[in-house]
Design a protein around this ligand. Structure first.
Ligand SMILES: [Zn+2]
Length: 474
């Protein structure tokens, strides 16, 4: 592409054509099909360089990665700004860029986070920040979560620009700091720069996952909903004394009894719209009787065999109800001392439409002991459930069906947390997408694990897929 433009420039210069005429000549060139393999190769090298910038959080060090991304955007002629360095602290930053369309329709945001989780090099086959390209893969921390997605977003935007694809919607590229720890990047960005994205209708980021088994894509998983983190701390106070003489004022047995009641508590089953669609969509992949059960998952709950089968899948169970995991637990630090206090923590994940006050009341009722004091240690973010009846969702469906006409494009619940609710709070419809076809086992191994890597084939796929989605969403 660069060479072709150069030739055009050279010819124009020889002919003595004025500059505006040259611009017109360039615009008149019909949109060329991008060279996907060349873009995939460019993505691999860009991702390798991005991985080499160690943005392990803490401390994050995202200012260096923001400068790296800005350098690329500058070279491609896309206006970019590094923001929030003072608010986020030393070495940290957010990045914002905008590629302008006609502005006839509202903008689309491509969002990713620049930070990565820590990596323990001794468990890796290659150093996690080497960005090594080996055996057709780019290796390193962030290769899946989610520097690869950022590179794909950037190059899809660049490909649209180079090919002069007409755009009615501006494309906004945002890279945030600190998603993996405190979400301060997205929090500061949405607080300070809501004006920069006031024209945005859609946002796409992590939070989707395609299902790939033995090289076969089973379904495209698009995130339209997210569970809400609602962590609780339970405290029982007592009277400390010597363990050799048991007393009724020991707080530990009271806490344990309450925890046991909570552990046996069956939260109600409640399929949200996206989850209901998910089960209906995937029902076609099963034989009877499972097919019938999944096509009406709420109804299936009254059939004990169906209920048992559906809820034995830990992911499906979490899609269908508020969940409670007993995690932290603390009593005495000495075997012979009855402690003054016993403490436990619950990792609770609520469905998007759950009523938090009602849930807290239910939890207190189940704990059933006024000596147990329950308080929220991490409050829920804005509820997130966005519609599938939108231009953007239809664009994802179309681009997916271009590639796999028979694979469902469906909407599993996202059971963990992303930065999406912060943007959802501004009224933007936020979608979780997986722009790759990563084998489930590789995803499991690499995401926050060891030997994180992504194939160049997947990078190539991702750029083309995002390019089509953005084109179709116009
Ligand atoms: Zn992530």
């Amino acid at each position: 592409m660069m060479r072709r433009l150069f030739t055009l420039c050279a010819l124009a210069a020889v002919a003595g054509a004025p500059f505006p005429a040259l611009l017109q000549a360039q615009r008149a060139v019909p949109a060329a099909t991008p060279d996907w393999n060349a873009l995939g190769d460019q993505a691999a090298h860009m991702l390798a360089d991005y991985i080499k910038i160690n943005t392990t959080n803490p401390p994050g060090n995202e200012l260096a990665s923001a400068r790296f991304l800005k350098g690329i955007l500058d070279r491609e002629g896309i206006e970019a700004q590094i923001l929030d360095t003072a608010e986020l602290g030393a070495g940290r930053a957010n990045l914002y860029a905008r590629f302008r369309g006609t502005g006839k329709k509202k903008a689309i945001i491509l969002l990713h986070h620049m930070d990565v989780v820590p990596a323990a090099p001794s468990f890796w086959k290659i150093p996690p920040f080497s960005g090594e390209i080996r055996d057709g893969y780019v290796w390193g921390r962030g290769a899946i979560d989610m520097k690869s997605f950022g590179v794909v977003d950037l190059l899809a935007m660049v490909a649209l620009k180079r090919a002069h694809v007409p755009l009615d919607r501006d494309i906004i590229f945002i890279a945030n700091a600190d998603e993996e720890l405190g979400s301060t990047g997205a929090t500061v960005f949405t607080k300070r720069h809501a004006d920069l994205i006031s024209d945005a209708e859609y946002l796409v980021t992590e939070g989707g996952q395609n299902d790939v088994v033995n090289g076969k894509l089973i379904y495209y998983g698009v995130g339209v909903a997210e569970k809400r983190t609602f962590w609780q701390g339970l405290t029982v106070t007592g009277i400390p004394s010597h363990g050799s003489r048991p007393t009724p004022d020991n707080p530990v047995p009271k806490l344990v009894a309450a925890l046991d009641r909570i552990a046996h508590y069956e939260t109600p089953i409640h399929p949200t719209p996206g989850v209901d669609k998910f089960f209906k969509d995937i029902s076609v992949l099963y034989q009877e009787p499972q097919r019938g059960w999944l096509s009406n998952v709420a109804g299936a709950m009254s059939d004990s065999a169906a209920r048992k089968w559906i809820l034995s899948n830990v992911a499906w169970n979490a899609y269908l109800r508020n969940t409670i995991s007993l995690t932290g637990l603390r009593g005495s630090n000495k075997t012979n001392v009855i402690p003054p206090e016993a403490y436990a923590e619950l990792d609770i994940r609520l469905l998007p439409d759950a009523d938090t006050a009602q849930f807290s009341a239910d939890l207190n009722r189940v704990a059933n002991d006024t000596a147990v004091h329950i308080r929220t240690i991490f409050g829920p973010k804005t509820p997130l459930e966005v519609p599938t009846n939108t231009d953007f969702f239809r664009a994802i469906e179309r681009a997916s069906h271009d590639r796999d006409p028979k694979a469902p494009v469906t909407t599993p619940m996202f059971t963990a947390a992303t930065d999406r609710p912060l943007y959802r709070a501004l009224g933007i419809a936020t979608y979780g997408l997986d722009p790759f076809r990563i084998e489930n086992t590789l995803y499991q191994e690499g995401m926050h694990g060891n030997n994180e890597r992504i194939s160049i084939e997947n990078l190539t796929f991702g750029i083309h897929y995002m390019y089509d989605i953005l084109r179709y969403a116009q």
